[in-house]
Design a protein around this ligand. Structure first.
Ligand code: UN1
Length: 509
């Protein structure tokens, strides 16, 4: 067959072959049907992957169940040391892994490398955390009693990731879940399965080198309808961390909560940046360009709605339309290109359907709006003028379409920011302290990520990442997100010779 595999010499370096096993249960297998890995740049097949069957998923879970006690009895600082080694192994292969992310996802090379860097950073973060998984001690109301809390691992954590961040989002979850003493089972998007395979191989090598059962990290590539459903429904998987669309996320929530499992849901965003009358337009334009066009508009934090104060509207509009003419689009492996293709042919259809709906709802296209002819899934980055309350503006189109919306007051801007069902990322450009603090407080943005004088995307790992409303629930990565990957044991200890009851209750015979 016409495989482009041989054109990418870095693939062999990171363990990717022409045909790959799509299941790691402690050893590699793949009994299911074969799927192609398609290069979004030219639509050609890079390599093939043999998917996992539900039976192979079962092997993963059974092996993880037996590995979990070894792992959770490994002291946390030792776990941190092993995660540090995973970070080192990623550093050693950063160039090839970054290229792989770019090749199969289609994001620019700088962003592909950035994903590997984000995984490395969160490994360092987890190393620090490994000596800080602390509980509290409380004063007891009873004499010679002690109240304290101990954080224990959950067991197995399932991580289901999307195509747009095929490595970094797994990294956030895996590094934190592992340092907390959990085993991790990973189901990545099928279309980026080569990334799941390559990163799992890096982790396998480190675990084995340290004498840790490799089933501490297992991985499946498989259809959502069979393998995905079985993973979500399984009682051994105590937490499912899911990244994807709101509609699938709603289903995941129902399946997992129905069995009283836990979820972290990172679903759709509909992110706004507000440029106030005193906002720095130079800064804002640069920030908005990356936030709207970076990753070809396929981040959950992508800027979708740019709200501009009337006094600055015409300037921003003219300058932005001009800037869009200079965005270099093309093969994302060429580092001079800022924007690559969309990820799939389905995304191109989402773009064309979206443009048709925008036109039908009174939207006016200022720039772009077309599919770029030729092989690969390329479209023009697009700017649209449309009413802030048009129905299409309330939806998340996962493509590079930016809505330009004017406003006249701070209150109006905040109301528009908050009027969509999603609540992930937001930002305001202002130098007015009063407006800034209002924006961060209860009368301001209702999103999980609230920025000032920067774009909506590109969050650092140190904060807790996540959103409100239809964006889902829970937080990943930094701050105290680790607590979601553990169960809290509240412990009451009596070291007296008496048995006083709490609340002064008497119960003596
Ligand atoms: C996502 O799009 O799924 O803040 C996550 C950002 C990235 C993560 C995006 N660090 O844009």
């Amino acid at each position: 067959a016409d495989l482009s595999y041989d054109e990418f010499s870095f693939l062999a370096e990171i363990g990717i072959h022409k045909t790959n096993h799509g299941c790691f249960s402690g050893s590699w297998s793949g009994e299911g049907s074969e799927i192609p890995a398609i290069n979004p740049h030219d639509g050609r097949v890079i390599a093939h992957v043999k998917q996992a069957t539900p039976q192979e998923l079962e092997t993963c879970l059974a092996n993880a169940e037996s590995a979990k006690k070894v792992w959770w009895n490994t002291p946390a600082p030792r776990r941190g040391e092993i995660i540090r080694q995973i970070g080192e192994a990623l550093r050693a292969k950063k160039e090839a892994l970054g290229r792989l992310v770019t090749l199969v996802m289609g994001k620019s090379l700088s962003e592909g490398l950035g994903e590997v860097q984000e995984f490395i950073d969160v490994c360092d973060y987890a190393l620090g955390l490994s000596r800080q998984l602390d509980g509290k001690v409380f004063p007891s109301e009873r004499s010679k009693h002690m109240l304290l809390e101990i954080w224990n691992p959950l067991g197995i954590v399932g991580v289901i990731t999307a195509f747009n961040f095929p490595a970094a989002v797994f990294g956030w979850n895996a590094a934190i879940a592992l340092v907390c003493g959990n085993c991790v089972i990973w189901k990545g998007a099928s279309s980026t399965s080569l990334v799941s395979i390559a990163f799992t191989k890096v982790m396998e090598e480190v675990l084995v080198r340290n004498g840790i059962p490799p089933a501490v990290v297992t991985m499946v590539v498989g259809p959502g309808g069979s393998v995905g459903e079985a993973l979500m429904a399984d009682h051994r998987v105590k937490l499912i961390s899911f990244t994807g669309s709101t509609s699938i996320g709603r289903h995941v929530s129902q399946v997992v909560h129905n069995r009283f499992g836990r979820t972290i849901l990172e679903l759709g965003g509909n992110n706004a940046v507000i440029i106030m009358d005193d906002g720095n337009v130079e800064l804002a334009l640069r920030a908005c360009l990356f936030a709207a066009v970076g990753t070809a508009g396929q981040r959950c934090t992508t800027l979708r709605r740019l709200l501009v104060h009337n006094s600055q509207y015409d300037t921003v509009k003219t300058r932005l339309v001009e800037a869009y003419k200079h965005i270099k689009i093309g093969n994302p492996l060429d580092p001079t290109n800022l924007m690559g293709p969309l990820h799939t042919a389905a995304a191109v259809k989402e773009f064309t359907d979206g443009i048709a709906t925008i036109r039908a709802q009174g939207g006016h296209i200022l720039s772009g709006g077309n599919v770029i002819e030729g092989p690969g899934f390329y479209v023009e980055p697009t700017i649209v003028e449309i009413a802030h309350d048009a129905p299409i503006v309330k939806e998340e189109l996962f493509v590079p379409i930016l809505y330009l919306i004017p406003f006249s007051t701070f209150e109006e801007a905040v109301a528009i920011n908050n009027e969509v069902p999603q609540g992930l990322a937001s930002s305001m450009f202002t130098n007015n302290l009063k407006h800034m603090w209002e924006w961060l407080g209860p009368n301001g943005s209702d999103c999980g990520l609230v920025n000032v004088n920067m774009g909506s995307s590109g969050a650092e790992i140190g904060g807790a990442f996540g959103g409100e409303k239809e964006t889902g629930e829970g937080r990943e990565s930094g701050s105290d997100s680790w607590k979601q990957y553990m169960r809290r044991s509240s412990c009451a200890i009596n070291y007296s010779s008496e048995l006083p009851l709490s609340q002064g209750v008497k119960f003596d015979l």
